[in-house]
Each structure stands twice: as structure tokens, then as C-alpha cells.
Write a protein of this length. Sequence first.
Length: 283
Amino acid sequence: MKRLLFFVIFVIAILLCGCTTNKTANVNNGIDNIEANKTLDETKLKEIKYMYIVKEGNKTKIQFALAYGNGSLARVDNGKVAVEVFDDTGLLFKKSYDVKNLPIKANYYYEVELPRIKGFYSDAKFVLTFEDDDVKPSKTTYGTIERYSAEEMKEIFEKEYHENSIKTNIEEVRDDIGIKFIVKEYGYYKIYNNRTDEIEERFRVDFAVKNLNPDTYKFVPKEICLVSGDEKYWKIEGVDELEIGINQEAEGYWIFKKPDSTEDLRLNFKIGDLVFDIKLSQE
């Protein structure tokens, strides 16, 4: 009887020991998997840790360093770096670079040399994005760029206006004063305001006036404005008068405050007591 009891106790002890061993093994395997995943995360590229704008003479460079999840700096063989530069008017520059072709400074700092970038404001935002498979960290910093002169801005805005304006040939002939007034184009137009140091949006109308009189004619309009609904937007810049030879045509433009709406927009002015009321949209 004692032998039987001893045998039963012995078997139970072995079974308990086996369960404990399996449980311990499962726990250890779980811990090993967690540690392995943690190690993998720590050695996976995570961020652009440092980013600097460096000026060297007339050159502007971006220096940056990549980092793993554990914070240590990284060197990589693949991937692309996208650089974007903005000022307050929008995107000025965008280009992608192969990271393997970039020079490296101090072992871990990659360097991108930028071309000459000019903007409408000297303050700029630099955005750097690293791309490789599913990794896409990005970093933003701020610096300065070369600014366009007032003359350069005017040239750019002039070109932009002519590219985007509405071209038309709206005519109004007034036999009683012997002229033909022709709207050539109109649309939004930017200006640089040197008093506020800001880029402002206006509305511009380009026109031509043909002299139908047997003598030289002096075109002297007054009360020049745009009309939208019940609102009037007065001329703030442009031609005040034109002297036009016999059967000749002269051109000019007027700039107005930007209207709140261009729906049913009309151009309104007077020659003496004669009123011109020209609908710009000829739909």
C-alpha cells in the first residue's frame, strides 16, 4: 500500500514539473519575441533627427541626419530625399535627390546643395522628406532666400496676368464723340505694394481707344470704376488720358481694387456727361 501511494505521488510530481516547464518555456518565448520586435523597431529608420540651413557665400545648403528608433544616427544606401521650398505666395522649388549621391559630412550628415532660389519674400519654409519603401519621415525648418526686386516682381506679375487673363474684343462705338472703345482683356492682377511690403491682388482691364474724328482726339475719362451688384470699385492706377491721332488707336489699362464677386461685372466711366457702361462678361 505504501509503495502504491509513493508511486502515485511520484507520477503527480512529474506531471506538475512538466506543466511548469512548458509554461516557463512559453513565457520565455513570448519575452524573446517582444525583445526581438523591440530590437527591430529600434534599428528601423524612424526620423530626420537634425536639419540645418547652411549659407556658404552665395550658396545655400541643407544638412540633415537620419536616425533609428533607438535614437542613434543612421547611414543608408537607398532612398530619395525630396526638398520643397515655400514663401508666403506658395511653392517656389521642388526637387528629388538620390541619397546615395549626396555628400556626407561628419560621418552622418547628408548635404543637399540648392540652386539659386528667389522668392517674393525673404522668409522661406524648407521641407525635407526622406522616402524609402514604407518609410517617409519629414522635417521642416525656416530660413531666408534671395528676394525678387520690385522690377522683377512687376515683370513676373505682368507675364502671369497675360497668361491667365480673359481675352475679349468687346466694342462700344460712340458716334457723338467719335471714338470706339475696345476691351482687350481683363482679370486678376498682382502688385507689390512698397508701402506695406506685401503682395496684393487687384483687378485689371486692358483696353484700346480708336479715334474716329477728323482731328486729334484727347481721351479723358472720369469716374472710372468696376461695378458688381451695388458695389463700386474705383480705379487706383492706370491711364488718366490719351491723345490719339486721326484714325489712330491707343492702348492702356486700369487697375482696380479686387471685387468681391465677378458675377455680372461691368466697367463704368464717363466722357463729359456721356456714360459708358460695359458688361465685361458677354455670355
